[in-house]
Structures are given as C-alpha cells and as structure tokens.
Design a protein around this ligand. Structure first.
Ligand code: FE2
Ligand code: FE2
Length: 183
C-alpha cells in the first residue's frame, strides 16, 4: 500500500540522515572519513528520494488538494520544499565531487553543509509524518488511495539500496548498513 511505502521510505531516509550526522561528527573530531561512501548516500538520495519518492508524494498531495479545494498551506509548502531539497542535494553532491577532484573546500564548510542538509531533510520528514500523512490517512478513502496508486505507478522506481538484491550499486554502503543491522 502506498502509505506504507511512504512510511518505509521515510524510515530509510532517516537512517541515512543519522549516518550523515555521524560523518559530520567524525569530521568535527578531526577524523578522516570515506568520501566515496558519503557520495553514495547523496547519490541514493538524488536518485531515489528526489526523483521517485518526492514526485510520488507530489502526485498524492495534488490529488488531495484537487479533491479538497486546494488551499491547504502546509501541503503546498511540502511541494515547494521538494524542489528546495532537490537543489540542496545537488549542491552537496557538487561539493563532494569538488573535494573528490582535489578542489580545496574548507572542512568547516563541508561539516556545516552536511548538518544543514540533514536538518532540512528531517524537518521535512517530520512535517509529513506528524501532520500531513495522518491527515491524508484520515481523509482519503480506499478508492482515493487506489486512484493515487495508479497515478504514481509510472513515477515510482524500485528502491536501488533498500532491496534484497545481491548485485547492486552502493555495495559498500549496503555492507555498512548491514553491519549495523539497518538493512
Ligand atoms: Fe516529501
Ligand atoms: Fe516524504
């Protein structure tokens, strides 16, 4: 069911945000971190969160707004935030690629970028989990959910990280999450 999938995606995204925070703390402590690994986290968020999860939510939110007259500020804002988050993900990826290509980026700036990014993503998730999704769950009927499910079918891709397949990208990240019992 679509709502379950959204909740599951949010749990997965939260795990990765925790991981980003851990990496920021390591950087603050002056330790070295594996940047390719960090790049994989951001790559996954670009590929899946920004290009499948958020478009799926946009379809759901539009459906809800069309049905209910369409002036619900909090739900409109989420769609705007999807665009802002996508830009933030792209920017963080650019920063990581610059460092991986030996450009000098101050450590403090990288730390601040990672922390701001994780905080922004968390605020968005909390808004959806605590306010918007419970409202939609209460107000949309089974028939509504079926219609939305049909509409999102072309947008949704298979989750490229949190799946049970052996051969995949993100091998290192997957192994790390498996060690933590998070996958
Ligand atoms: Fe969202
Ligand atoms: Fe979401």
């Amino acid at each position: 069911m679509l709502l379950e999938r959204i909740h599951t995606d949010h749990k997965h995204i939260s795990k990765l945000l925790n991981l980003l925070d851990k990496k920021a703390i390591r950087l603050e402590d002056g330790e070295a971190i594996n940047l390719n690994f960090l790049r994989d986290v951001i790559d996954y968020l670009q590929r899946y969160a920004d290009h499948s999860h958020h478009p799926m939510e946009d379809i759901l939110y539009h459906y809800y707004l069309d049905k209910n007259g369409g002036s619900q500020g909090a739900i409109h804002r989420l769609e705007e935030e999807h665009a802002i988050l996508r830009e933030a993900t792209d920017q963080l990826m650019d920063t990581l690629n610059m460092i991986l290509n030996d450009a000098v980026v101050p450590r403090d700036r990288l730390i601040a970028n990672i922390k701001d990014f994780a905080a922004m993503q968390r605020r968005h998730l909390a808004q959806e989990e605590e306010h918007v999704l419970p409202k939609l769950e209460k107000e949309l009927t089974d028939e509504d959910w079926q219609k939305v499910e049909q509409r999102v079918s072309e947008t949704l891709i298979k989750d490229p990280l949190f799946n049970n397949e052996k051969d995949s990208d993100y091998d290192e990240l997957r192994a790390y999450l498996a060690d933590l019992g998070e996958i």
